[in-house]
Design a protein. Structure first.
Length: 147
């Protein structure tokens, strides 16, 4: 039986569920998730779960924050003067901003608090610190061939 291994391109469908039962992400056969095992393209916990699965196999796994979107880090919260930001921004609590770092990497920030002179920005992923449940079905395995 063919089992998924490092370097394989795998096709899965999944449903991601939070502790309260909320579905935070999902795919289906019309729009599956395709990735190469070992290339760190998906959450570490998802990649670990797919290793060794066979085509057609289904499983449900629990992913701790360390293998999901990471631990919540208070050092990623910063208070910024509104005067230091571009004038045309809508700075509503719950709103999102994107900044580009010096190396060109986009960083997504959530506005968690607004004061008359400042805003508090959070660079944590919205699911940081959360345990996740994933229901997975492996649809296909494509193994690279050597020419």
């Amino acid at each position: 039986m063919n089992r998924a291994q490092e370097g394989d391109t795998v096709t899965i469908v999944f449903r991601g569920i939070l502790e309260d039962g909320t579905i935070f992400d999902a795919s289906d056969e019309s729009d599956p998730l395709i990735f190469v095992l070992g290339d760190n393209q998906v959450l570490p916990g998802l990649e670990l779960a797919v290793f060794g699965m066979a085509t057609g196999e289904q499983k449900t796994i629990n992913i701790p924050p360390e293998e999901g979107y990471g631990l919540y880090q208070s050092r990623l919260i910063e208070e910024v003067a509104i005067s230091a930001l571009p004038d045309n921004l809508e700075l509503n609590v719950g709103g999102r901003l994107e900044v580009i770092t010096e190396d060109g990497t986009p960083v997504h920030l959530i506005i968690v608090k607004r004061n008359p002179q400042t805003v508090v920005l959070d660079a944590n992923h919205p699911l940081a610190g959360r345990s996740l449940t994933l229901q997975i079905e492996l649809l296909a395995i494509e193994r690279p061939t050597i020419n």
